[in-house]
Design a protein around this ligand. Sequence first.
Ligand code: PEP
Length: 260
Amino acid sequence: MRKPIIAGNWKLNKTIDESINLVEDIKIKIMDLDREKMPIVVVCPVFTSLKTVGDIIDSSKSIYLGAQNCYYEDAGAFTGEVSVPMIKEVGATYIIIGHSERRQYFGETDNAINLKAKTILAHGLIPIICCGETLEQREAGQTDKIVKNQIIADLKDLTEEQIAKSVIAYEPVWAIGTGKTCESPEANRVIKLIRSTVAEVSSKDAADKARILYGGSVKPSTIEEQMSQSDIDGALVGGASLDAESFAQLVKGAMLVTSK
Ligand code: PEP
């Protein structure tokens, strides 16, 4: 049984004060939900808000903290980077890696993503490993090949146990921040392909345990259909996670569909 995850990627948004307001609001809106049935809820603010948000959610025990990136070395002469132990120190459990914006604007490679995944898991945290094709690649019929190759490279040399703990997010680049969602059956098809790739490079047991999320313009109006698919274990959400009401609706929508 895979407990679903609803993770909010706040991207480069929200000052510390704004982050406090948002997370306090989210807390209030999901406070009365049944913890047993609730998905794992994760919020991923910018680095400067991590500690403050972490302190606020710490007492609630119903929301987890995530970072949006990390470096794969623990310390040293790497100006401008933030390490996994530092992220762990402020209370984070999850770290997003390989987001398409980082691949596109900051040149993050599959090799770097793989090194980051190894460091994150070595420190007992959970990577949310993003993959997905661009519009050009989809139109050229390369979706399956691109996603498969990303997953094979990103998971290279991870143990079965590490892969079983990991979270993967299938995020078609053309659906991120565009308002266009990938049709649910198609998202499920690609996610099934990711799961069978995980089974090939690791084991069926690891593939059955790893959570695979969908991301790309997820909204309260789409979440139930997405969560009803056989292999979609939750959502990584950008825009709709910046508003407490819509984020809470996503959590509630996910709860209407029982765990797989
Ligand atoms: C994301 O940032 O990972 C994302 C999926 O964004 P949005 O929900 O805005 O498309």
